[in-house]
Design a protein around this ligand. Structure first.
Ligand SMILES: Nc1ncnc2c1ncn2[C@@H]1O[C@H](COP(=O)(O)OP(=O)(O)OP(=O)(O)O)[C@@H](O)[C@H]1O
Ligand SMILES: [Mg+2]
Length: 258
């Protein structure tokens, strides 16, 4: 269950590149303990918003608060302590290709924690186990793993620092429907077990239905709607109607009703 406290608060965010404005006064909250599904057309700016929140892209205007603090205004120590409380699964280049699975999961620990190599290995092995991967993958490089395994290792890495918030950018893209459904369940189980707040960018209507407590929709640089899947399915807004009540949306609507 989500409570009312916002762990992430974005207000009037403007992000652009050269003459192009991608986010045009976008506002959004992620509440404590919820899975927020973030949708929008390809190129709408979903990844840009995620990257702006985690401080990888500069903003032209607006405020971003994570746990009540704006990382861009925080001093180095404060910023690092906020960074330690989130984990990220990126849309592209989910893993470092020159590092093994075990080394990939250890990477954030090396950056943020002072732990012995042996302890880091043990923690990384435990995180891999959490996502359903055994010792046989420890020494494998990303090129030697299936797409689904790469996603799992990336999820294990996102969990490396025992975060409070996890950012997932298209976690199930490229997986077959069964693999995607399994991954959705894994996310849900971990989120509930660990009490995580999750910001999940997805195109996958099945994921929205199976995993997300609330959905936010990005269009023309703004968050134009937030609410439950039922609210989205019932909306008369033209963009929401075509997205949620198209062919695939109708299948979800059927499932929501039954
Ligand atoms: N570093 C960058 N420099 C210049 N333009 C960028 C940069 N990053 C993103 N963009 C542009 O910002 C826009 C939004 O990109 P973004 O990756 O956020 O889309 P998205 O909503 O995540 O799309 P998709 O669903 O396809 O992943 C695009 O037009 C993209 O070309
Ligand atoms: Mg993207």
């Amino acid at each position: 269950m989500s409570s009312n406290a916002a762990v992430i608060s974005v207000r009037d965010l403007v992000v652009g590149f050269g003459g192009v404005t991608v986010l045009d006064h976008a506002s959004l909250d992620v509440f404590d303990g919820e899975v927020l599904g973030f949708v929008g057309g390809s190129g709408a700016g979903k990844s840009v918003l995620m990257r702006a929140i985690i401080g990888l892209l500069p903003r032209r205007h607006g405020t971003i608060e994570v746990f009540g603090t704006d990382p861009a205004l925080a001093d180095e120590d404060q910023r690092r302590s906020i960074e330690q409380r989130w984990g990220v699964l990126f849309q592209q280049g989910a893993l470092f290709s020159s590092l093994t699975a075990l080394q990939n999961v250890q990477f954030p620990m090396r950056e943020y924690l002072k732990l012995s190599p042996r302890l880091m290995e043990e923690i990384a092995a435990a995180k891999l186990e959490m996502v359903g991967l055994g010792p046989d993958v420890h020494e494998k490089f990303p090129a030697e793993l299936s797409g689904g395994m790469v996603k799992r290792v990336a999820l294990a890495r996102a969990l490396a620092l025992d975060p409070d918030i996890v950012f997932l950018d298209e976690p199930t893209s490229g997986l077959d429907p069964i693999g995607a459904a399994e991954f959705d369940q894994l996310i849900r189980t971990l989120q509930r077990t660990l009490g995580l707040s999750v910001f999940m960018v997805t195109h996958d209507l099945d994921s929205l239905h199976a995993v997300c407590d609330r959905i936010a929709v990005l269009s023309e640089g703004k968050v134009i709607a937030t609410g439950s899947i039922e609210t989205m399915l019932a909306s008369e807004h033209p963009w929401l109607k075509s997205y949620f009540q198209g062919n695939r949306g109708r299948q979800i609507a059927h499932r929501v009703q039954h």
